[in-house]
Design a protein. Structure first.
Length: 101
């Protein structure tokens, strides 16, 4: 039996998909909410709910701004979020190998 613990904030399937998508971006890069929604094929309400949970954990940064007169929301992985995702993936790999961290 392994004593590996997976971060429950990240472990939920939808949040894991959000984190993995944002982690694939270069550090400091971001996606618009709309692009992230399209990539993940999620409803706006569902994505908003999961982003709020990730934002509360300080894993993502959400910035609302305007381009001209149109509102745009940008989503990026925070440094803390990137570290948390790296730790999560290392823990998951250890769990799959049957090792303790």
């Amino acid at each position: 039996m392994s004593d590996v613990e997976l971060d429950p904030v990240i472990h939920a399937q939808s949040r894991l998909r959000v984190m993995a998508t944002l982690a694939a971006l270069p550090e400091g890069d971001h996606l618009t909410f709309t692009k992230l929604q399209q990539l993940l094929d999620m409803t706006a309400g569902n994505l908003s709910t999961h982003l709020r949970k990730l934002e509360d954990a300080r894993y993502v940064a959400v910035e609302k701004t305007f381009e001209g007169r149109s509102p745009v929301t940008y989503v990026a992985l925070s440094k803390q979020g990137r570290r948390a995702f790296e730790t999560y993936t290392e823990s998951l790999e250890a769990l799959l190998r049957g090792k303790s961290t």
